[in-house]
Write a protein that binds this ligand. Structure first.
Ligand code: FNR
Length: 378
């Protein structure tokens, strides 16, 4: 179908399913165990109601904001979450995602396991485009250090995103099953190919990509090592409790110039099934340690399908909101143009929602615009 006839993210996903290989669909769609967290990530947003104010001039509306304590200016709080292997969906790959989101001034977080090099991706983006690079620390630390040195030289990269919720892959049965049929071999230049070493055969794409990922990361050892190899702000991805958000904020206070943001995420339900949806973690932080919001940015991803989902997260204190699969499905549905269509749909929905709430600028959004009682009682 023509892209302009697709009106929402479910229709984009359905269109992508008809275009991409069975293997690609299984890898992107899959999540851990019974997919409970994957679906709850999205459905929890529907239990939060909006509280629109009326009789307010809403002829204009601004969605631009600054992130990382002012280090990055973006046109929208909506960003692309890091996701491996975009070329499985379309030859445009991660560079196509960069091109597709460029009209919106959105940030793109590039996966450690991207199928194109960071240099190539930046070359396809707008000159002032904002990127972050996502790191899976490799057991061979030199491999990660070499990648950090490359990223440090690319001025469009404004942060290093350290993913913490996946020291090992979750049990993604759909991915594993379909790989038993196709035996797809995957690699990216920044993960540990372990020259000459054999990857375990048969496992899903996820398991193959995780070969060589370090499982021994800690607050005490990993952050000082990382700060030695980059001056870029550090973003911790995969925070799932208020306790860990609090630790991140305490670390940030003690070590200025290191952690500038946390991403509340359960990896789109792909790591630990029945892990909480990030909205629950956001509500926990509001309740137990709201000072976190004034020390570091809180970003969130998982289950975003509508502009209203994005706006609800912003009302609860998130500064930026990411989409993982939605960008990949856009790419699968029509290359960079499919990504552009996906972002157009979401950005239009965000603006419509903000205006109908009676708000002129997203900085005015706050808890008074939502009723989250049903979720808090959970
Ligand atoms: C991911 N995600 C992910 N995260 C990360 O830090 N590094 C990575 O390489 C990947 N790879 C990856 C591949 C695929 C196919 C998916 C679907 C996801 C997780 C991603 O960044 C994000 O947390 C979730 O995708 C958000 O949930 P939604 O938007 O997909 O529901």
């Amino acid at each position: 179908p023509a892209l302009h006839t697709l009106l929402n993210l479910d229709e984009i996903e359905a269109a992508a399913k008809t275009q991409v290989s069975k293997k690609c669909w299984a890898y992107y769609f899959s999540a851990a165990d019974d997919l409970f967290s994957k679906y709850y990530n999205g459905s929890v947003f529907r239990s939060i109601l909006l509280r629109p104010r009326v009789f307010v001039d809403c002829t204009t509306c601004s969605t631009s904001t600054t992130l990382l304590g002012g280090a990055a200016r973006v046109g929208t709080p909506l960003y692309v979450s890091p996701a491996a292997m975009a070329r499985l969906a379309h030859p445009d790959g991660e560079a196509g995602i960069a091109r597709g989101i460029s009209p919106f001034g959105a940030m793109q977080l590039v996966s450690n396991n991207a199928s194109q090099s960071p240099e190539q991706i930046v070359a396809n983006a707008a000159p002032d485009a904002v990127f972050g690079w996502q790191l899976y620390v490799q057991t061979t630390r030199a491999k990660s250090e070499a990648m950090l040195a490359r990223i440090n030289k690319l001025p469009n990269f404004k942060c290093i995103v350290l993913t913490l919720d996946a020291p090992l892959p979750g049990k993604r049965e759909l991915d594993e099953k379909s790989n038993l049929e196709s035996q797809l071999i995957v690699d990216s230049e920044s993960n540990d190919k372990g020259a000459g070493e054999k990857r375990p055969g048969g496992g899903g794409v996820g398991q193959q990509l995780f070969f060589g990922t370090a499982a021994d990361l800690t607050w005490e050892t990993t952050l000082p090592w990382l700060a030695e190899h980059t001056k870029l702000p550090i973003v911790l991805k995969g925070i799932q409790t208020h306790e860990d958000a609090y630790l991140a904020a305490q670390y940030a206070k003690k070590h200025p110039g290191t952690i500038k943001a946390v991403i509340l995420s359960n990896h789109g339900g792909r790591s630990l099934d029945t892990a909480p949806p990030p909205v629950h973690t956001l509500l926990e932080i509001r309740k137990y340690c709201p000072e976190v919001f004034s020390i570091i940015d809180v970003w969130i991803d998982g289950g975003i399908k509508r502009g209203t989902d994005v706006v609800k997260a912003l009302c609860l204190g998130a500064k930026a909101v990411g989409v993982g699969r939605a960008a990949l499905w856009g790419l699968g549905a029509g290359g960079y143009k499919g990504v552009e269509r996906t972002f157009q749909i979401l950005q239009d929905e965000i603006v419509t929602c903000v205006k109908l709430l009676g708000v002129k600028d997203i900085s005015e959004l706050g808890p008074r615009f939502i009723n989250s009682r049903m979720v808090e009682r959970d």
